[in-house]
Design a protein around this ligand. Structure first.
Ligand code: FAD
Ligand code: MG
Length: 556
């Protein structure tokens, strides 16, 4: 071995195991496919995984009990999984910069790693921490892991702006290439993992109760069904989800969660786990492709099987350089609409007392369980805004943001803008609304969903379940539910209210013909966003399909 080689291997040796790394969990609450965590373990001699409760992290500032419960289960699971590998999660409280100042002193930290939190609301926090690292000579590594692609790369590839349509977005990601494949699990072999005897008292995860977070109602405390937080649960759920996908692929179908909404079945959605990063989006993406390839080894993999994951990316990417993305005022992509400010009506909607059983069932499930199916989200959002009540989408967003387990800052605001026709529509071509009676019947044909969440109506005959005010008095009495006494009368006449809303939308449409805001690419895209293919588009008010049909000719 010549001296040069010895020198360089000695230099490598010097570098090896030289770092004291802190990995900072915020979203990305998992051990599998965690690029930032793996980076932190390179040349690492001592390792500390931390979580800092600063009142905002992972969206806690707006979260009610269900999402907090999900988050804390996720943290408990992370702690358990770390414990199995010889360390523990360090739970800390305070402003991240102040916390890091102390940790740098106490642990002699030389490197901080974390997953990119791409939304603009996190940038100030992260810049301040990066600045501190810079000042203290601590290496700071940020890695993309919450999204399939780095949204900044997509923006760059598109000349500095987010692609305005989903089709344009797909074109750009086509140029960027397939997302990276999931990385191996972390290996802590040979790394010192100091955990003190007093870990639980000093760094243990507190109970929600001790933080003053409690259920708002008995139903919220023990709901019918609920998602359990944590990577362990997420990976199990992924397996059952993939089985469901496999069966759909065998029938030449895709998106089974959407094609056949099962509102009373076992929860099958992975969105709460994707939101907290207890499931890696890349793992889900590649597992879907792999499952498809196993079923159809000789066919190219269709984009449709991962299209919903790409919608998520699209909304993330849109929001990256738009700090006012969740607002109407000052948000360049959002139309300014003169929504009503009607607190009383808003309250009826929020509390599930509109008198439309389908809408009320959805709203009550949302508040009790923190989760509702996409078709329910669509129905209640349309009802609140351009469908019936003409109430500001930002009010609806606030409620979703409080209760939804999967409420993302960007996806939730983007979806509300879409449904309320405030953005993502080329001058509002799709102004028709969802009928809360007919759509409810379609989505809940057995009535089991409504009966579960609106127990006042549990004995109402199916025929009248979605419009119980039409049941003859005798039928109401026999069902122990007199409308107007035991359950409210409908708060609006849907026919009149939706007509009025449509007229308003038409006027807005005429006023803002040339606004270059985001738009759907074509009719199929509208239906795919709404999770309806042509065969079941009748589930929408019949006119919606026609209303959208001319979209295919819109040049974008
Ligand atoms: P799947 O069919 O399993 O789709 C896989 C994943 O793709 C989802 O888990 C989700 O991460 C993503 N996805 C699916 N549909 C959409 C969509 N239309 N837009 C963006 N991403 C999608 N989804 C959120 O993740 N967070 C939100 O805060 C959110 N707010 C919404 C608000 C409104 C008003 C509406 C109409 C929709 C909202 N959605 C939101 C989108 C969608 O309803 C959920 O993603 C979906 O219900 C999750 O179910 P799933 O996991 O079974 O979906
Ligand atoms: Mg899912």
């Amino acid at each position: 071995m010549d001296s040069k080689e010895t020198d360089s291997s000695q230099a490598d040796e010097g570098k090896k195991d030289s770092h004291i790394t802190v990995h900072w969990f915020r979203h990305g609450l998992r051990l599998h496919d965690n690029p930032a965590l793996l980076e932190g373990l390179k040349n690492c001699k001592e390792f500390y995984p931390i979580f800092i409760l600063d009142g905002h992290v992972a969206g806690v500032s707006t979260a009610a009990f269900p999402r907090m419960q999900f988050l804390f289960e996720t943290l408990e699971d992370l702690d358990n999984n770390l414990q199995a590998l010889g360390t523990r999660l360090y739970f800390l409280k305070g402003d991240p910069v102040e916390v890091f100042e102390k940790l740098f002193e106490e642990w002699d930290v030389t490197r901080v790693t974390f997953e990119q939190d791409p939304e603009p609301i996190w940038q100030d926090r992260d810049s301040r921490v990066k600045e501190l690292c810079n000042l203290r000579g601590v290496e700071c590594i940020e890695k993309v892991g919450h999204t399939l692609w780095d949204p900044h790369v997509i923006l760059q590839e598109n000349g500095g702006n987010p692609p305005l349509t989903y089709a344009a977005f797909n074109q750009v990601v086509g140029i960027v290439g397939l997302p990276e494949k999931p990385l191996p699990n972390p290996d802590f072999e040979g790394i010192s993992l100091p955990v003190g005897e007093d870990h639980d008292s000093k760094y243990g995860i507190p109970s929600l109760k001790s933080l003053g977070v409690e259920p708002e109602s008995a139903e919220q405390a023990s709901p019918h069904g609920r998602y359990l937080g944590g990577e362990t649960k997420a990976l199990k759920l992924l397996l059952s989800r993939l089985e469901k996908e496999r069966k759909a692929f065998e029938l030449n179908l895709s998106l089974p969660n959407q094609l056949y909404p099962d509102l009373v079945g076992m929860p099958m959605s992975l969105s709460p786990h994707l939101r907290f990063g207890s499931l890696s989006i890349r793992k889900f993406y590649w597992a879907l492709r792999c499952t498809y390839a196993q079923v159809h080894p000789n066919s190219p993999i269709p984009k449709s099987i991962t299209s919903q994951l790409v919608w998520r990316e699209y909304f993330y990417c849109m929001s990256v350089n738009n700090p006012l993305y969740n607002r109407m005022e000052g948000n360049p992509i959002c139309l300014r609409i003169d929504w009503y400010n009607d607190e009383e009506k808003f309250k009826l909607w929020k509390e599930g007392r509109t008198g439309f059983p389908w809408i009320d069932a959805c709203m009550r499930q949302l508040v009790q369980e923190g989760w509702i199916h996409h078709v329910c989200r669509h129905a209640v959002a349309c009802f609140l805004t351009r469908g019936d009540l003409w109430i500001d989408w930002q009010k609806g967003l606030e409620v979703f943001d409080r209760y939804l387990l999967d409420a993302d800052w960007s996806v939730c605001a983007g979806s509300w803008m879409w449904v309320s026709s405030s953005a993502f529509e080329k001058v509002l071509q799709c102004p028709r609304c969802i009928c809360p009676v007919r759509y409810g019947r379609r989505m809940d044909p057995t009535g089991n969903y409504i009966r579960r969440f609106v127990p006042e109506l549990k004995d109402m005959p199916l025929r009248y379940l979605c419009e119980p005010w039409k049941a003859p008095q005798k039928v109401q009495e026999d069902a122990n539910c007199v409308i107007g006494v035991d359950y409210p009368l409908p708060m609006v006449n849907h026919k009149d209210a939706s007509k009025e809303c449509k007229e308003k939308m038409d006027r807005i449409k005429n006023l803002c013909k040339d606004i270059p805001h985001m738009a759907p690419t074509n009719e199929n895209e509208v239906l795919s966003y709404m999770w309806l293919d042509k065969s079941n588009s009748g589930a929408m008010e019949e006119s919606l399909f026609e209303a959208c049909s001319h979209l295919s000719s819109v040049a974008l």
